[in-house]
Design a protein around this ligand. Structure first.
Ligand code: ZN
Length: 156
């Protein structure tokens, strides 16, 4: 293994650790008594989640989620709720765009990777196309909640 390959593999291990940590101990897990909610379902993997959102003006004041799914979908929802709290809906949507580009491997010079922060740990998902829907489910559901759409979100 070259030094570069070693670094890549260390990085992967580190990324996996962050994802595992969030999937085992999801942050912001639970309901919100008030506010909006939206449901998401990824039939490909069986991931389900309900996202609760408290929006103050155009700022996400609080975000929580409940549901069951694979490690990637749970970790993604956990990190997403941490990420969007305190952000405007417009900023949250920008982060979603950057995140989508990252996990689909479509990030280019126009992609705003700085927005992603810790979410960069999901870069490895692009090697597993069937996992892209697991990683983006929470974000699609967030979008529905932001727009107060009552229709359940399905990734199919
Ligand atoms: Zn999944």
């Amino acid at each position: 293994m070259t030094r570069e390959e070693q670094q890549m593999s260390d990085l992967r291990a580190l990324y996996q650790e962050v994802i595992l940590d969030h999937s085992k101990a999801p942050r912001n897990f639970g309901k919100l008594a008030e506010g909006r909610h939206a449901e998401g379902f990824n039939p490909l993997c069986g991931d389900r989640l309900t996202l609760y959102l408290n929006v103050d003006g155009d700022v996400v004041a609080d975000a929580r989620f409940e549901g069951s799914g694979c490690a990637i979908s749970t970790a993604s929802a956990s990190m997403m709720t941490e990420m969007v709290k305190g952000k405007t809906i417009a900023d949250a949507e920008k982060i979603f765009e950057a995140f989508h580009d990252l996990v689909t491997g479509e990030a280019n010079e126009g992609s705003d990777e700085e927005l992603l922060g810790k979410l960069a740990v999901f870069a490895g998902v692009q090697e597993y196309p069937t996992r892209v829907k697991c990683a983006t489910l929470a974000w699609h559901t967030l979008k529905a909640a932001c727009h107060e759409s009552d229709a359940p979100v399905s990734t199919e």
